[in-house]
Design a protein around this ligand. Structure first.
Ligand SMILES: [Zn+2]
Length: 479
């Protein structure tokens, strides 16, 4: 076995896992030994056999980030279209009227997935949850990337429809929903049985308001029978909140509790509009206690939401109430380090205090909280026995200088610029900023064509028949 062991020699800084504190702690000037099965030795001196030595001087070694919520699909080609748009009558949200207009050709889904994976891995993500529609290249591309990945094939019975930019309507087709549910379970099972050992499946009813109570319960039952997590978008917009209030008189969190879906294995996409949020009409504050008591996870994705003027109130408050908040990137820029920075800034604005959340809290959310969400103790930490998923940060990078607290420098300043290498299962997946096992540049070249196609089809997909240039207005007038 010694012939597979690699050693990072004398790493200047390691964010190791401290069993006593049940959290991360700095270790200085130590060795890390690992092989394909995981970490063997962390900190101090490693005197055992090895095949390769990696210099650790002026390097910081961090556990790989766990991204519990992202979407490949059409998201990577939506970049630059609707960042300044929104439906005024739907609290300024662009989701229902605009995002739904994007059409992606079958040939572009693989390129789209490849670009997302490349961007995520380059920002230190080693485990991700991809919520998307199933396609033939999904599992093969994920496996080839070298990342650890969970597929969450979405299914729903109702489609969104916005007529005249006024209100959100739902068009129900129950049999289509159940067909997609059956197909999703096949993909979940195939991922769990994948020979790479790095893939898994998650049962993913798309949104709380687009699935019936019966389907949500059937989904939870299917997940629990398989011992896999469940994920659903809930409390993600005010339009959804109002729809559920009208239908059930309950907030999304209370509704999921009533259905028996709320539990330790549930990852709630976004969970912003809980009863205590200042935008709602509710005057109660019980949702966070419910989430904490059931040990459900919130997948917090601040970048896309704050872009639309919406913010979780607040990450620090959720954490203090005992809610497991993990991080996701949702859509582009698919940059986990930017997401972490935004999580910190948004939390401090929403919490109206610099003390609302700290650097260590956000780092915990991006690692241990994500691992907890997926029911795993072997990722998101650097400790003997855990998977060798980690990233190496170049402390000599200009953006990291001068160094007093390297994690702060990374989150507040350098972000992915200082990421030198990323490893999953002890194998490099990113080196020198380059994605190693996917044709990232080739996929990027395909995206332009895919976006041109999407823009050409905007008008045909718009119920009001507006032109593409009117729907996706350019930020500057064209001379
Ligand atoms: Zn989402």
């Amino acid at each position: 076995m010694a012939n597979d062991i690699h050693v990072i020699r004398n790493a200047s800084t390691i964010a190791g896992y401290d069993e006593n504190r049940q959290g991360h702690a700095y270790l200085s000037d130590g060795d890390i030994a690992f092989d394909a099965s995981g970490f063997i030795h962390v900190g101090g001196r490693y005197d055992g056999a090895f095949v390769r030595e990696i210099p650790g001087k002026d390097r910081m070694v961090l556990p790989g980030f766990v991204n519990v919520h992202c979407h490949s699909g059409e998201e990577p080609i939506s970049k630059g279209l609707f960042e300044d748009e929104g439906t005024a009558a739907l609290w300024g949200n662009a989701l229902y009227e605009y995002s739904d207009l994007i059409e992606i050709s079958d040939s572009a889904v693989e390129a789209s997935l490849t670009v997302m994976l490349g961007d995520l891995m380059r920002s230190g993500v080693t485990t991700l949850v991809d919520i998307a529609g199933p396609h033939d290249s999904w599992l093969p591309t994920l496996a080839r990337s070298g990342a650890r990945a969970y597929v969450a094939p979405g299914f729903r019975e109702a489609a969104w429809h916005v007529e005249d930019s006024r209100r959100l309507d739902l068009t129900w087709d129950k049999s289509r929903g159940y067909e997609a549910f059956a197909q999703a379970l096949e993909v979940v099972d195939a991922a769990g049985a994948h020979p790479s050992g790095r893939l898994g499946g998650i049962v993913s009813p798309s949104q709380v308001e687009t699935c019936s109570a019966e389907l949500l319960q059937a989904a939870a039952e299917a997940a629990r029978g398989r011992n896999v997590p469940i994920t659903v978008h809930a409390a993600q917009t005010m339009a959804e909140h109002e729809e559920l209030m009208r239908r059930t008189g309950l907030t999304a969190v209370q509704y999921l509790e009533e259905l028996g879906v709320l539990g330790e294995d549930l990852i709630i996409g976004h969970c912003i509009f809980v009863d205590g949020h200042s935008w709602t009409r509710q005057r109660t504050d019980i949702d966070l206690d419910l989430l904490a008591r059931r040990r459900a996870t919130v997948a917090h994705c601040p970048v896309t939401f704050s872009r639309s003027g919406m913010v979780l109130q607040s990450l620090g408050r959720y954490r203090r109430r005992g809610v497991n908040v993990a991080l996701g990137t949702d859509s582009y820029p698919f940059n986990m380090l930017e997401e972490m920075r935004q999580a910190m800034i948004c939390s401090r604005i929403a919490g109206r205090s610099v003390f609302d959340v700290g650097t260590a809290d956000v780092f915990e959310a991006a690692t241990l909280a994500g691992a907890r969400a997926l029911g795993r103790r072997d990722i998101g930490r650097i400790a003997p026995g855990a998977k060798a998923d980690f990233l190496m940060i170049d402390l000599n990078h200009a953006a990291m200088q001068p160094v007093y607290d390297p994690l702060r420098n990374l989150l507040h300043c350098a972000a992915e610029r200082a990421v030198e290498a990323v490893y999953v299962d002890g194998r490099p997946v990113v080196e020198g900023g380059k994605v190693l096992h996917l044709d990232y540049d080739g996929a990027l070249a395909e995206l332009q064509e895919a976006q041109d196609f999407a823009v050409r089809h905007l008008q045909a997909n718009d119920p009001a028949g507006r032109s593409g240039s009117l729907l996706a207005r350019r930020s500057l007038p064209v001379m």
